[in-house]
Structure formats: C-alpha cells, structure tokens
Design a protein around this ligand. Sequence first.
Ligand code: C2E
Ligand code: MG
Ligand code: MG
Ligand code: MG
Length: 280
Amino acid sequence: KAKGAGRASYVYFDDSMTAQVQNDAELIHDLARAAELSQLKLVYQPQIDLGSGRLVGVEALLRWEHPKLGLIPPLRFIPLAESRGLMGEIGLWVLTESCRQWARWHERGLDVGRVAINVSATQFRGGRGLEQMTEIIDSGIAQPAALEIEFTESAFVDAGQETLAWIAALRERGVHFAIDDFGTGYSSLIMLRQIQADKLKVDREFVKDMLTDPNDAAIVHATVSLAKTLGMVVVAEGIEEAEQADYLRVIGCDVGQGYHFARPMDAEEILARYASGPSS
Ligand code: C2E
Ligand code: MG
Ligand code: MG
Ligand code: MG
C-alpha cells in the first residue's frame, strides 16, 4: 500500500487496483480468517439453454468481501489460498454453501438445474478433495443430483489414479463433471477419453472474437463437434452479444453463459429473476 498515505486513501483506489497493490502476505493473513468471519460469499451466474432460452444451471463463483479493500476477485486470492494450503477448507465451504443454496431455492419453488462449482488443482490432486466431497454427500448436506464439478485440463493433468477413481465413484452416484476453460490448458484427447466428463465448457478466449476471426471460429466449431461426438453437453463461456449466442446455437452448442444473458448475481436475485415463470 502507498507509504504514508493513510487508511482513508484506500477509497481512492478502485477495487481491483487496491487488491493488486495490497501485498500478498497481508492478504494471506486476512484470508486465513475470511471464511470464519463470513467475508466469503458466492454469486451465481445463470446458464441458459440456447434453444429454449430457459435456465438450466448456475455456476457458483467465489467472492471475498474484504472489510477494508472491498471486493477481491477470485483470480487474485485463490492462488494465494492454494499456496498456503487454505483452498481445501475454502473449497469445502463453497461446496456446502452452494448445496444449501440449491436446497433453499428448491424450498421456494425454483429449480435452477444443477449448481456448478469450481474445483482447483490442489483440491483435485491425490483425490483428497473429491474424497471429502464424497463424505459431504454421505452426510446428506450435498445432493449428487444438484451438483456439477468444474475442473480445468491443467488440474486434471496433475491428477493421478485416485482422482480418476473418485470421479468414477461420484459420477456413479449422480454427480456431473464439466471440463472448464477448454482449449487453454494442456489439452489431450487421451484425457478427454479417460475422464468421460458430462460437459465441456468452451473458453471465452475463443468465443470473444469468433465472429471476426476465422481461426477462432474454426476452433469453436471443432470443439463443439468433438464434444458432441463424445456425447458431452457443450457450454460456451463469455457470451456478450446476441449474435454470438445465435451463431453458437446454429453450430450445435447446447448451453450459453455470459453477460449477454446475465452477470453473476446474488442468490436472491436469481430467485427474483427466475422463480416467477419463464426466463426473461
Ligand atoms: P471460470 O470458472 O472460467 O468462471 C467464469 C469467469 O468468467 C467468472 O469470473 C465470470 O464472472 C466471468 N464471466 C462470465 N461471463 C462473462 C462475460 O460475458 N464476459 C467476461 N469478460 N467475463 C465473464 P470470476 O467470477 O472472476 O472467476 C474467475 C475464475 O476464478 C473462475 O473462472 C474460476 O476459475 C475461479 N473461481 C471462481 N470461483 C471459484 C471457486 O469457488 N473455487 C475455485 N477453485 N475457483 C473459483
Ligand atoms: Mg468455471
Ligand atoms: Mg470457465
Ligand atoms: Mg474461463
């Protein structure tokens, strides 16, 4: 932070700048207690069926509301949490909180489909995170039919046999798995075959310029048809324009997610927007 500037100067930074300026050690220190102080929260981004326009799922996205620094984005603090071994605990909180929220929506008459949660590389490695997930399902807090686990190719590359075994066991019980940010990690077709994921999410990086860049369009096309051939549902991330949604629907992409449809929002906003009949 700026030397000698004093606390009040924080208000002159925007959130993202402040979080960058703040040094890692301080953030790590605060992060260790963020969960118990209820500073972590989840926002939910709708996933929309491109054919019918209906809500078919939500992705839970982590936020840290720091009392001094404001909202800190996940890409700023998750790597720190991972490096300090805090991600396991945070990940379990994400899992239980999103499943409880799913149940609250249901009690109030809203079927959101599945709630997708992101699982980091360290949660995946050695299968420990997935084992804990299994325990939480056993305890009745998390319902397999409510759950979808998103993981990246990079997380999977590190994963061993145990991880594969836990994935298979969880799938057997009805949990879905989605490969996130597809095409940006260490893609391998062997991996695709091994995992047998239910869903594949095309990264925003390719969707962004797809309508003007023929190379991006080709990558999106190839990815959609590969995934469909393997029997997976395809989700496109980062859809910001109606034209992108139309194009994706025409080439056979099933589901869309992005600011064009909705930004990530509070659980209450999800309810307000989708509980009363057809989506709008
Ligand atoms: P992700 O899983 O690929 O999530 C999608 C990100 O794209 C989210 O950023 C979302 O807000 C953003 N996004 C959605 N639609 C649009 C759009 O139309 N345009 C643009 N420009 N962006 C869009 P967010 O929430 O900042 O999360 C960033 C990443 O942090 C996530 O990427 C995920 O990898 C990670 N993350 C978030 N929550 C968790 C969590 O609970 N656990 C773990 N392990 N990772 C998480
Ligand atoms: Mg994700
Ligand atoms: Mg993603
Ligand atoms: Mg992404």
